[in-house]
Design a protein around this ligand. Structure first.
Ligand code: GDP
Length: 367
């Protein structure tokens, strides 16, 4: 029988099967005297954090030890998928530790977005999850927007304590930490990480000073994320890469918009008005009559109504419908992981369909 080998960096049990899971290492490195998993190897030699994914149970097991620490939590979420990227019940899991909530990918929002409203909405969503949010920041790990202000706030709030960075997969956690590392260590300087064999399973510590550290935790796979139900190709297409250009449709009641074949909105009742759509510029939007919408999907899902491509079509749970009554103010209907539709006049009834588990929500308009 093969002997169990642990990574001397993060303490994870080494495995050679799944490159995205915790403790992956090429077979050759298992023979080494001081074996490292690929994630720790890359950090040590290239100053680069790589994400590993964990499912709910493993993640909970690991993260629950944070409750026993006295630390600052930086919870990174994706503003295009706020509900899908918030770690459920994080407030309960991390005990009394304060949280800085960080909305990433702000570079993708149209310039006209009201960032204050977005912050308030994120704050309210976090409160619903029972989190004690100290502060909310909107940043772009990619372009660097807001990083300096956030770094300063972390320095003040942590007050000499450790900082845990927590996020679900795909929110940009590695991009974020890599940026912080470059900022504090400089491009060429190799940072030294402190190793505690066997004690910090899957946590990677990046020293902030002689006594405290920034701790990268594995990313949680949240099944409410659209990202888990589409192929890698489709994920590229639905993930916005550039600033979003709003697309405007003047709709009468009894008309429908399809977002590829991944989601749809039916305008059931209300005055003619603009439906302003904020999605990846590459996601095709189709307008049709409500009475023809079901037949169109039956015939054209995966073809005219794409994405989903053939591979995603197999992974995709059935679309489920819910109904929203919109009051007399401009309102956004949010499709997590895809984007949102802003109803300019309000006073409307709409039905929305999205893959089961991916829950659509409503908020006061951000624009
Ligand atoms: P992780 O799984 O949380 O570690 O996420 P990654 O750091 O691998 O990022 C996931 C995807 O989001 C990648 O395609 C990144 O390029 C992209 N990304 C990360 N941060 C940003 C950001 O601030 N803006 C934009 N536009 N994309 C980002």
């Amino acid at each position: 029988m093969q002997e169990t080998v642990y990574c001397i960096g993060c303490g994870a049990e080494l495995q050679t099967e799944d490159p995205n899971a915790l403790g992956y290492a090429p077979a050759s490195s298992l023979e080494k005297e001081q074996p490292l998993c690929k994630r720790c190897f890359r950090l040590k030699h290239y100053n680069e954090i790589q994400d590993v994914d964990l499912t709910d149970d493993d993640f909970l097991k690991m993260i629950s030890s944070v409750a026993e620490t006295d630390s600052l939590i930086v919870h990174l979420i994706d503003i295009f998928d706020a509900s899908g990227s918030m770690v459920p019940s994080l407030g309960r899991i991390i005990g009394n530790n304060p949280v800085i909530l960080v909305g990433n990918k702000v570079d993708l929002l149209p310039k006209s977005t009201n960032l204050n409203k977005l912050e308030n909405w994120l704050r309210a969503a976090a409160k619903e999850q029972g989190m004690r949010v100290k502060d909310v920041f909107l940043i772009s790990s990619k372009s660097g927007i807001g990083i300096d202000e956030l770094s300063e706030a972390i320095e003040v709030e942590r007050d000499g304590k450790d900082v845990y960075v927590i996020g679900t997969t795909n929110v940009g956690k590695s991009t974020f930490i890599n940026r912080l590392i470059k900022q504090s260590a400089g491009e060429d300087q190799v940072i030294t990480t402190s190793y505690f064999p066997g004690t910090t399973l899957g946590f990677i510590e990046i020293p902030l000073d002689d006594e405290t550290a920034l701790i990268d935790t594995p990313g949680l796979i949240n099944r409410e994320q659209m990202a888990h139900y589409v192929s890698a190709e489709d994920l590229k297409l639905i993930t916005p890469r550039k600033e979003i250009k709003p697309r405007v449709y003047q709709l009468n009641a009894q008309q429908t918009l399809y977002f590829g074949g991944l989601a749809r909105i039916d305008f059931i009742k209300g005055e003619r008005q603009s439906f302003v759509c904020y999605f990846s510029n590459e996601l095709p939007i189709h307008r049709t009559k409500l009475e023809k919408a079901d037949a169109l999907y039956e015939e054209h899902a995966g073809k005219l109504l794409a994405p989903p491509d053939a591979e995603s079509l197999e992974m995709l749970p059935p679309l489920t419908k819910s109904t929203f009554k919109v009051g007399d103010r401009r309102t956004d209907i949010v499709f997590p992981g895809l984007g949102w539709v802003s109803l300019t006049e309000g006073n409307a009834t709409v039905s929305v369909s999205s893959p089961k588990h991916v829950r659509v929500s409503m908020r006061n308009s951000l624009i």
